[in-house]
Design a protein around this ligand. Structure first.
Ligand code: GRF
Length: 201
């Protein structure tokens, strides 16, 4: 049976688009739902134009009640019974309770070579540290932020004149290449780390 995948977004959804296009073009999985926690996230329109059902669960409707937000998110997700969830630019920290419901079935993409630079401002932090290389990681989601087992990484060289912006723009296409490749392998039961070694510039 074709595995079903739901994708959580907060913004422009470029990683979501790359995941959906890969699934739709080769059929290794079915994108059943895109959920945003931001009602005007640009990714929602893109998902609709790709023919993927969408939903919004706006975290602001729940104030500080994180559990209530996640309960509603869970209800939306269960409607389409996904096998796997992909976080793709989803900018909410999820509680241990929610994560445990999707244990070993929820992936995230993070714009750094984990375990370096968990959290925000990853590109600037790599520059500030004087790193020679930077990149992105796809990992399983666990209760600790950006901390789960790494399933794949792509690396780029940092150039002397890079800014956080130029670096982010150079890493993003590699996110788009890495995430579908890792998802496909993961759904086939392969969890050893994929490294896109050829990406060196
Ligand atoms: C990406 O770098 C992603 O890794 C990060 O947010 C950025 C934008 O993602 N979490 P997208 O265009 O919304 O997929």
């Amino acid at each position: 049976m074709t595995p079903k995948v739901a994708i959580l977004i907060s913004g422009s959804g470029s990683n979501m688009v790359s995941l959906v296009e890969a699934m739709q073009s080769t059929g290794f999985a079915e994108p059943v739902l895109v959920v945003s926690n931001v009602s005007d996230a640009g990714g929602l329109v893109k998902a609709q134009s790709l023919g993927v059902p969408t939903a919004t669960v706006d975290h602001r409707d729940f104030g500080n009640d994180r559990a209530a937000f996640e309960d509603t998110l869970q209800i939306e997700l269960e409607k389409t019974a996904p096998d796997v969830i992909c976080l793709a630019g989803f900018m909410r920290v999820l509680t241990a309770g929610f994560v445990s419901k999707w244990d070993c079935r929820m992936l995230n993409i993070h714009p750094s070579l984990l375990p370096k630079y968990k959290g925000l401002h990853t590109h600037q932090r790599a520059l500030d540290a004087g790193d020679a290389e930077h990149g992105c990681s796809v990992h399983l989601v666990t209760a600790n932020l950006d901390d789960g087992p790494i399933l794949g990484q792509a690396k780029v060289a940092i150039k002397p004149d890079d800014t956080a912006d130029t670096l982010a723009k150079r890493v993003l296409p590699f996110e788009h290449e890495l995430y579908p490749a890792v998802l496909k392998r993961f759904l086939a039961g392969q969890t050893e780390q994929l490294t896109l070694d050829r990406i060196t510039s």
